[in-house]
Structures are given as C-alpha cells and as structure tokens.
Design a protein around this ligand. Structure first.
Ligand code: BES
Ligand code: MN
Ligand code: ZN
Length: 498
C-alpha cells in the first residue's frame, strides 16, 4: 500500500472511501466530520441524534455518499471520549474502518491526522500508518483463489494546513518502518514449518542484511559443536533439518561495545520431540519461532532508524522433532557456559536453545540482553493472548523495557522472580532440570534462563499468548501478530537517547 501526505480537505477528497473519526459525547460535530455532514445534507448529525452513531470506540458506520461528495463511501469510526483518545485507539480505528472499506471493494482511501488532546498530529500520523498497514495485513501467499475483499492500494492523509505536512510525514515514516517490520515477522510466523525451516529463516535474515546493511553470520552445526552448544544441539539432533544460529549485527557507534543483544526463540516446528505433544492444535506450533522472527524483523527496523548504538540479534533456529536420533527424557546435556541440564521433558526445548543463545550473548560481552520467546503454555494460561509476561534480573532494565512497550502500544506485565521458585528446577543428577513442574511454569522457565544470562542485565518476554491470535483484534489480525517487534525497536531507540 502506498501512503501519500497532501494538503486538502477530506470532504473534497477523490477516493473510494473516507475514514472519518467521530468523538463520543460531543454536542456539536467539528472539523472534517462537520464538513462532511454538511455536504451529506445532515445525514451524520441525524444518525447521531437518533443514537445510531454514538462514537463509541471501534463502532464503525459506513454511509454511501450518493454522489454528494467525490468519495463513494464514508466510514465513520468511533473514537470514544476526547480525553480517552490514545495512539492505540487511533491504530485500532484506522484498522477497523479500513477493513470495512476494503470489504466494500475500496481501492483508494483517504483520512486526516487531526491530533486529539493526548495525541499530537505527528503521533496520529504514526498511528494511522501503523493501523492501516497492520490492520489491512493478510497472509494469502498459499491461497490461489481471489479474496472477497480488495487490496487497498493507496491511503492519502490530508491536512488543510500545509505547514503541518512535515510533522505528519515524520510520524508516517516512523509508523511505516515499525509496521513493515512487524508485518515481516508476521509473514515468517504464518509461513508453515515446511517452508519456514531454520535454513529459510537464515535466508530471510541474510536478505534483510543485504537490504539494510546489517552484518550477518550464520553458524552451522559444526561451529555450534566447537562452541560447546550442547543444549541447542540436543534439541536439533532429532530433526532432518540442519539447525542455524543466526547472528545479525547492527553497528551504529564506534564505541566497540555491544550495547544490546536481542535473542529470539526460533523453533520452526515444535512437535514436543519424544515428549510428543497431543495432536490437537499441534499445527499452531509452526509459530514457535515468533520470538526469533521478531528479533530478525526488529533488526531490520533498527537498521532503518540508524540509532547510535550497537545491537546484535541472536536467533538459534531449529526444529524439535521425535526420531531415532532425538534427545531422550533423562538425557543430560552441557550448555556453552559449562552448566549441565537434565532433560525432564523434550518439550521444554525453547529454554535449551536459549540457554546457548544467552551464553553466546554473554560471550559477546553484551551490556544488556533481552530475549523474546513463545516459551510456556503457562504464560498463556496466566495472561491470555492480550499480554506478554516479563521477567528479569535487573529492575532498571525491566523498567526500560516496560516503558518501551507502553510507548509502542504493546501490553507487558511483570511476573515475580523470587528465589523460592528456583527449588523447582533443582536436579539430583545435573546442575538443573529443564522443567519445574506445572505450578508457576512461566516463572520456573524464566529462572532457568536466568542461569545463562548470568550477571548481565537481562529481560525475558514470554509471548506464548499474544504471539498468535485465534481471532482478529483491532489492528492485530488472526495468526501471527508480530508482537514485540515494536517494543524491541522502541527500546533500542530509547537507549540511543540516553
Ligand atoms: N512452544 C511451547 C509453548 C507454547 C505453548 C507456546 C502454547 C505457544 C502456545 C513450549 O516449547 C512448550 O512446549 N512448553 C511446555 C513446557 C513444559 C513441558 C514444561 C508447556 O508449556 O507445556
Ligand atoms: Mn515445546
Ligand atoms: Zn516450544
């Protein structure tokens, strides 16, 4: 979709459809909606009077203009009360109204970035861009028949005041990079396991590196062996697909210091291994590489923003399959940092791959680490598909991640890391076990990872819930959501400013 920013009035816009926001509980229509109401002979104000249009969040009403204005359709989208309007509400509004217009076969749509009490025109433009690119996303690569909706080719953002266009353009640029990075992560997550293999993930990372001048290094099994990555190799040994440790580097400063390591879980298919999962819903485990996809996509976004920091993305990509060569429950493996792990369940594989990836981040002397993983069903049970769990060993670093998520419009919730939980992963035959039982499963998984983060400030985000959705929600569509890409990029940009 092409997005243009022009001087003009929405009521006069040449487009198939208009997206026009309406506030809840305002006695008089103002701005674009008032002008459109006048041209439509008071149709909007009559709908408001009768209570058919209330302006409640997410309420969308599509009117036919009957030729009274150049645009055919007017999608009136509720914004709620003025004081409650946030960037996220703008994102949702544009997504919902955009989909309503797409359903009516609109190809060109137009809107404006007015700015509300709590949202500046720059922020509104960013949110409009994100809302449209994210909300109109569809993964149709493997569908040969035509969809029952059109592909919206063009979105025009109009403002009557030419002086405001540069500000709007700035918001647009930011939103575009964030949304395109998120959609890249979604593409990877939605791709099935027979396409999105570890090898293919490495190719995507390599293509991205070429496009945005990142350095890429893909470590093969032999190099993992030399590095002593016994935990990662244990997970991959049952699979016919070779594992890849993908390392993307962005250099924005000459300090010689690695400021941040982003680490992402990338199990391209998690069958559970010998501790085989039950058949129901197993196909969703094609999305068990969502953390790795988020890290790769975020690295592309970071390279486009060019912050003055050094960042490395580390993605241990492998399948988790059962076979005659697969790892067994009861096996003991040694991770790169020398610690030994008793395998209780081969289905607790993500933490094993991350153990070596975190050790690798420490070998690179990262000043701070953040990992993203579809790590535990327990986290999904605890927080649903709305919120990701946050864990860490350093409150200052955790707070920065929480702030970045809030700025990006993603929901995070900090979970406890009390020492008592560590009891659950003590082993009689090795340094630790890879599972701590059913109770507090997301926490004991994080405590396991903490052993490999060591003293480095580290944050872990468990995206098992929000990584994939069963049903669309606002600008998040069904399937892969690309969650945490916006948080990771915002975090790096915020670190750049300090
Ligand atoms: N990839 C799963 C976690 C998961 C479950 C992600 C549902 C998204 C949706 C992970 O590898 C796993 O299997 N975890 C086990 C851990 C258990 C064996 C300790 C789980 O959560 O059941
Ligand atoms: Mn698993
Ligand atoms: Zn998994």
């Amino acid at each position: 979709m092409e997005i243009r920013i022009l001087t003009g009035e929405l009521a006069k816009a040449e487009a198939d459809g208009l997206i026009v926001p309406i506030l809840e509980g305002t006695p008089r229509l103002e701005g674009d909606i008032a002008a459109i109401d006048r041209d439509l002979d008071g149709a909007v104000s009559r709908l408001v009077e009768t209570g058919d249009v209330k302006g409640k969040p997410d309420e969308v009403t599509v009117l036919h203009s009957l030729g009274k204005i150049p645009a055919t359709w007017v999608a009136i989208i509720g914004m709620g009360k003025l004081q409650d309007v946030t960037k996220d509400r703008v994102r949702r509004a544009v997504a919902i109204a955009g989909r309503a217009l797409r359903q009516r076969k609109a190809k060109n749509i137009a809107t404006s970035a007015p700015g509300f009490s709590g949202v500046t025109p720059e922020e509104a433009a960013q949110a409009i861009t994100e809302g449209s690119l994210l909300g109109l996303y569809a993964f149709r690569k493997h569908i040969t028949k035509e969809p029952d909706f059109t592909k919206i080719k063009q979105l025009t953002v109009l403002d009557a005041d030419t002086a405001r266009l540069p500000v709007i353009a700035r918001g647009y640029e930011k939103g575009r990079v964030l949304a395109e990075a998120t959609n890249l992560a979604r593409d990877m997550v939605n791709e099935p396991g027979n396409y999105m293999t570890p090898t293919r993930m490495a190719e995507v990372a390599t293509e991205l590196a070429r496009d945005y001048r990142l350095e890429v290094n893909v470590l093969e099994r032999e190099q993992m062996r030399e590095l002593g990555m016994g935990a990662l190799l244990g997970v991959s040994q049952g699979s016919a697909q070779p594992p890849k440790l993908i390392v993307l580097s962005y250099k924005g400063s000459d300090s010689g210091q690695l400021d941040i390591a982003l680490v992402g879980k990338a199990i391209t298919f998690d069958s559970g291994g010998i501790s085989l999962k039950s058949a129901e819903g197993m196909g969703d485990m094609k999305g068990d590489m969502a953390g790795g996809a988020a890290v790769i996509a975020a690295m592309g976004g970071i390279a486009r923003f060019k912050p003055k920091v050094n960042v490395v993305g580390i993605v241990p990509a492998t399948e988790n399959m059962p076979s005659g060569t697969a790892q067994r429950p009861g096996d003991i493996v040694t991770a790169m940092n020398g610690k030994t792990i008793e395998i209780i369940s081969t289905d607790a594989e993500g933490r094993l791959t991350l153990a070596d990836a975190l050790s690798y981040a420490n070998k690179l002397n990262a000043k701070a680490i953040i990992d993203v993983a579809t790590l535990t069903g327990a986290c999904r049970i605890a927080l649903g598909d709305v919120t990701s769990g946050v864990f860490g060993n350093n409150q200052e670093w955790i707070d920065r991640v929480l702030a970045a998520a809030t700025a990006a419009g993603e929901r995070l919730w900090q979970m406890p890391m009390f020492d008592e939980y560590k009891e659950q992963i003590k082993s009689d035959v090795a340094d630790m076990k890879n599972t701590g039982g059913r109770f507090g499963g997301a926490i004991t998984a994080a405590q396991f990872l903490a052993e490999f983060a060591g003293e480095t400030p580290w944050v872990h985000i468990d995206i098992a819930g929000p990584g994939m959705l069963e049903k669309e929600r606002g600008y998040l569509v069904k399937g892969g959501t690309g969650v945490s890409v916006r948080t990771l990029v915002s975090l790096v940009l915020a670190v750049d400013k300090t």
